[in-house]
Design a protein around this ligand. Structure first.
Ligand SMILES: NC(=O)c1ccc[n+]([C@@H]2O[C@H](COP(=O)([O-])OP(=O)(O)OC[C@H]3O[C@@H](n4cnc5c(N)ncnc54)[C@H](O)[C@@H]3O)[C@@H](O)[C@H]2O)c1
Length: 338
């Protein structure tokens, strides 16, 4: 460990929009500290570094050789995740990698193998897993309160695009398309709650905001599981009004239902035994704090990885299948995964 008081020393590489949430989470942590902020854009690096008393850096190679840095949070555009992530792991640093893990399953497999071979932590930032409501649903579902899960519907809709309508996200070469860019969040949640892997993926998409878009701003991905259960993952950036943003989650089981409605912060659940309401909020700050604390736990004990890197690799396979389904109109069968 580098740094004072045995704190884990972190660098953030890529000082754009999401880096702010990671830097804030580190500022709230007593176990991690931000040592350095690296961005090819010197102003972006300087601004975030100054706000957190960290060193600004424009040379990525300097992060790799900095002995005060134990771990890197990589927040650069999706296309760069594998080459930069590989260099970080090979330099002996642990890696909290923003989603998606990679743009192809072959690249994802390579990166996960590299981390396993070298014994370094690789965790993908599936931040929604750390949200209060997602964890509360997992507790109910995995506690078998609602019996066998038959159907999951996750909705994450809004009328805005993170980074704005000129963002690199709209460039398929940089983001991988909407299933890889945002779909991975929903598919990861669905498979985690279902405690299973889909056997087939089918996706339909629309270009609502403009027919000229290179990615589908409205997307529905259906995951089919071996026991007949289905998870529907719906993600839209095309809602009106444009500043709307809402999340809905519904898990239907053989013995009850748990639901998080768009206009409520809490959860509702009803089963044969009782009806209940919980009030876990959706505070994003707590998701990022939970994520960083769990990542630091994982550096000490690799079995704590959440999600395990191989789960994130599988999500890339399903996202790849979803993009193929969008292109062909077919349902895509998922092959043997391990
Ligand atoms: N977990 C979440 O909920 C969540 C939310 C939003 C974005 N993300 C992910 O976070 C990542 C960053 O997204 P963003 O919206 O913050 O992007 P952004 O465009 O706002 O910021 C990216 C930054 O990376 C810098 N950069 C690009 N190439 C670089 C390089 N080679 N070396 C150093 N810096 C480089 C850019 O100058 C920019 O400042 C993406 O992978 C995205 O998918 C995750």
């Amino acid at each position: 460990m580098g740094g004072e008081q045995q704190q884990t020393g972190f660098a953030i590489v890529g000082a754009g929009g999401i880096a702010l949430s990671h830097a804030d989470a580190l500022a709230r942590s007593t176990r991690g500290r931000l040592v350095s902020v690296c961005d090819t854009n010197a102003r972006a690096a300087a601004q975030l570094a100054a706000a957190h008393g960290a060193r600004p850096e424009t040379e990525f190679s300097a992060v790799l050789t900095d002995g005060d840095i134990d771990a890197v949070i990589l927040c650069t555009p999706n296309r760069t995740h594998v080459p930069l992530g590989r260099a970080i792991i090979e330099a002996g640093k642990h890696l909290l990698l923003e989603k998606p893990l990679a743009l192809t399953s072959a690249d994802a497999e390579m990166l996960v193998r590299r981390a396993e071979d070298l014994g370094h932590v690789l965790v993908v930032g599936h931040t929604h897993r750390h949200s209060d409501q997602a964890r509360a649903i997992a507790e109910l579902v995995h506690g078998e309160e609602i019996g066998d899960v038959r159907y999951i519907h996750i909705v994450m809709n809004g009328g805005w695009l993170w980074g704005g309508w000129s963002s690199w996200v709209l460039d398929r070469a940089q983001s991988g398309g909407h299933a890889l860019h945002n779909g991975v969040h929903l598919m990861d949640l669905a498979a985690w709650w279902m405690n299973d892997r889909p056997i087939a993926v089918r996706a339909v998409g629309q270009k609502v905001t403009s027919a000229a878009l290179a990615i589908h701003d409205y997307l529905v991905i259906d995951l089919r599981f071996a026991n007949g259960a289905v998870a529907r993952c719906e993600i839209s950036r095309a809602e009106i009004p444009r500043d709307s943003s809402f999340t809905e989650m519904r898990v239907v089981g053989s013995a009850g239902t748990v639901e998080r409605r768009w206009d409520a912060e809490g959860l509702l659940a009803w089963t044969d035994r009782a009806q209940g309401a919980w009030s876990p909020g959706g505070a994003v700050a707590r998701s990022f704090s939970g994520q960083i604390e769990r990542f630091i736990d994982t550096i000490a004990d690799a079995s704590r990885a959440f999600p395990p890197a191989r789960d994130s690799l599988e999500v890339i396979r399903w996202a790849e299948a979803a993009e193929e389904s969008l292109a062909t109109g077919c349902s895509i069968t998922i092959g043997a995964l391990r």
